[in-house]
Design a protein around this ligand. Structure first.
Ligand SMILES: [Mg+2]
Length: 200
């Protein structure tokens, strides 16, 4: 299994980012857009509508919400997923390398490193790439773990096993090479089974 690496997204996969993002939207959007978790039916927040029919504009996302979210104080208040350190350790013990790959803004780089340190998130490498380009940069990975359906589909089309952590914004139905999972237990179980299968 030498050189076998996994591409693992950070936001809404390792980190419970959505909670902080919705809070930033509520407090910093002009209309006080108040999204609940179940209202986030699209990956792009500017496409999501709250119960009063309000939504942020794409311009608002680009000029205000995304930069404010990327400030250190906001990045550092994101909680990691429960027991994520243990799940990643199990994968490392099974000889997988963990490559954390994110499309966060450049200004979030240092805060992201501080966050990973603070929460002792096990990983072998950290990469920042442009949104939607992970499948071009990481064509030799063995599998990916994502919440972005479009990004997962692009890997799946290249024959790469894609695990999609279930959220309201990524309901995909059945698709080749995509396994939509409710939690990290299912991911670790499946990936560790694959390792033992190759060793039989
Ligand atoms: Mg994500």
């Amino acid at each position: 299994m030498g050189g076998t690496y996994l591409v693992v997204d950070i936001d809404n996969v390792v980190a419970r980012t959505d909670e902080v993002m919705r809070d930033v939207i509520k407090n910093r959007s002009k209309e006080g857009v108040n999204l609940r978790y179940e209202d986030v039916k699209h990956f792009n927040y500017w496409e999501c509508v709250d119960t009063e029919g309000r939504r942020i504009t794409k311009d608002e996302w680009t000029s205000t919400i995304h930069p404010v979210f990327s400030e250190q104080a906001n990045i550092l208040r994101i909680e990691p997923y429960c027991e994520i350190q243990g799940f990643l350790c199990e994968l490392i013990d099974a000889d997988y390398q963990i490559h954390l790959v994110t499309s966060r803004l450049e200004q979030a780089r240092v805060p992201t490193i501080l966050w990973l340190d603070r929460h002792k998130i096990p990983h072998n490498a950290l990469h920042f790439v442009k949104h939607g380009t992970k499948h071009i940069v990481f064509r030799t990975c063995v599998a990916i773990i994502e919440d972005d359906l479009d990004q997962a589909r692009k890997f799946a089309e290249q024959g790469i096993q894609s695990y999609l952590l279930a959220h309201p914004w990524n309901d995909c139905g059945v698709a080749d090479n995509i396994m939509r999972v409710r939690d990290w237990h299912e991911i670790v179980d499946d990936l560790t089974c694959r390792v033992s299968d190759t060793r039989i």
